[in-house]
Every structure is written in structure tokens, then in C-alpha cells.
Write a protein that binds this ligand. Structure first.
Ligand SMILES: [Zn+2]
Length: 171
């Protein structure tokens, strides 16, 4: 059972975990109750290889506000590398031209980038200056980390946050 802090987090997990064959296919989403627990279920058949796919997440009943993926605690199902990659993708999608006001769609992409970046920061151990590589568990997340470990320092993440906030303020 995967423990998600929110439906947004469960959805992002599914998005970042395509089938082993590499295909990304739409899965059907439903919410169910089982043994007093609220579960988010994603299921379907892979369009690439025909394999049955199913993810089950335990979801708290109290939704998190705004675009947040969860509270103070870092994710237990996604790691800092995955969140940073997703944040970058949101920032890329906003693709701001310097003198241009961001559109509503670009602002939304920036908000997504900021929300994902906030999740990265939660992985910095108390009193530490950076996220240790050992804290990143997925192969994908480690590839993101290895490509540029310097991005996982408190300083670099806070600089990145300022940059995104500045881009947002242009609107
Ligand atoms: Zn497949």
C-alpha cells in the first residue's frame, strides 16, 4: 500500500511511474473505502504491452490546501529528485520570455513548479545544508541528483525559489 499525503501526490506518483514497457496510458481513477480507510485507486490496461496496471494509495480525509502535496513531512512515495524534476518541468512549461507578462496557464505552471520545489526542501534534514544522496531512493531521482548534486543544497533551492517567485511576480 502506498501512503499518499494527498490525491495530488498520488496523481503525481502515477504520472512519474509509467509501465515497465515505457508506455504512458490513461488510468481510471476512483476513490473507495476499505476497512475504514479512504483509498485512491488508479487502474487500467497498458496501451503499450497490455499488462494490467493498478495503484492503490491510502489518502487522508483532510485535504491539503492549495497546490500543496502534503504538510510539513516529506513524501514517503516520491523523492527529492523526482520533485525537482517535476518542478523544472513546470518552470519549463511557463517558459517565460523576459519582458512578457505570464499568461494564466504560465502562472499555473509556475505555481506547480513552486509547489513541487517546496516538496524538495522538505527533504533537507534538520540542521543540514543539503539533501544527502542516500535520501533519494528512486533510480529516476538519483539520475536527477547525479546530473547536478549542487542543486540539492539549501542555498541553491532557496535561490531557485526566489527565481520562480520573481517570475511569478512579473504577472
Ligand atoms: Zn506496458
Amino acid at each position: 500500500m502506498l501512503i499518499a499525503r494527498s490525491i495530488q501526490e498520488a496523481g503525481l506518483y502515477v504520472e512519474l511511474h509509467p509501465c515497465d514497457c515505457g508506455a504512458r496510458s490513461e488510468l481510471t481513477f476512483s476513490m473507495i473505502e476499505r476497512d475504514g480507510e479512504l483509498l485512491a485507486v488508479y487502474e487500467g490496461t497498458c496501451a503499450g504491452c497490455g499488462q494490467a496496471r493498478r495503484f492503490e494509495f491510502s489518502i487522508p480525509r483532510e485535504p491539503v490546501p492549495g497546490r500543496a502535496y502534503g504538510g510539513e513531512q516529506p513524501s514517503s512515495i516520491l523523492d527529492a529528485g523526482e520533485f525537482l524534476w517535476y518542478s523544472d518541468r513546470g518552470a519549463d512549461r511557463a517558459a517565460l520570455a523576459g519582458d512578457q507578462r505570464p499568461s494564466t496557464r504560465e502562472l499555473s505552471a509556475l505555481d506547480g513548479a513552486l509547489a513541487a520545489l517546496d516538496e524538495v526542501v522538505k527533504f533537507i534534514p534538520a540542521g543540514a545544508d543539503a539533501i544527502p544522496r542516500e535520501a533519494i531512493h528512486s533510480e529516476f531521482g538519483r539520475a536527477v541528483y547525479d546530473a547536478n548534486p549542487d542543486r540539492f543544497t539549501r542555498e541553491s533551492l532557496s535561490y531557485r525559489r526566489e527565481l520562480l517567485l520573481d517570475a511569478r511576480a512579473e504577472g
